[in-house]
Design a protein around this ligand. Sequence first.
Ligand code: 13P
Length: 255
Amino acid sequence: MRQKIVAGNWKMNKNWQDAVALASEIVNIFQDEIPASSHVKAILNPPFLYLSAIKKLLPENKNLFLGAQNCYNKASGAFTGEISAEMLASVGVQYTIIGHSERREYFGETSQMLAQKTDILLANNITPIFCCGEALDIREKGTHLEYVAQQLTEGVFHLSETDFQKIVIAYEPIWAIGTGKTATSAQAQEMHAYLRGHIAKKYGENIAQNTSILYGGSCNPQNAKELFSQTDVDGGLIGGASLKSRDFIEIVKSF
Ligand code: 13P
């Protein structure tokens, strides 16, 4: 069965005190309310600065994991201000978001850089959460399915079958990010099914059926259940609603 995942992308929010408070609240509520038998993995993706402190707050043997929001595409060296995959692994990071539309748009990240980031994360035993998604003009032109599939081709289809099975995909329509505008469950399902078919053509049906594809874009406690009930939606990448412990946990409970 495919893994069900809810990842909270905190983006550039929260000072130190507020970040620790949020993580502590999530850990406490999670321990109280999520049964040990739950198969949903929850991932906290705070800013880099807080990763090692938050790692210490996470209980062992629970479905709560630590993720970063980015890494650099080179192993080490003279890249002032950057953070490597090896550094992330050394503080216990298990997942890392790459190719978020904000990184692609504001920091000029290209498919080639993202392919390198994928490789370098896998080499450090970190699971990449590879983001893809179209802007509104592309959806209005009606070319969104092919456009997003091409992002996958360019970013992750160089991987071997073995490595491809280690990654997670997140579909985030840019027009739904932080806008309060969510893709309908039918729109999400259509894209997720299309991407799964695209993966099947390259890696075969079996691997495609085992790949987790998350939805992101104004996902909240009110709409998560409906989105997650779609056959090909395996969870969510949550922005704004992941900054409130109660909302984040309610989304985790939506499965
Ligand atoms: P929102 O949930 O705030 O729309 O953000 C989605 C997102 O970009 C998660 O990575």
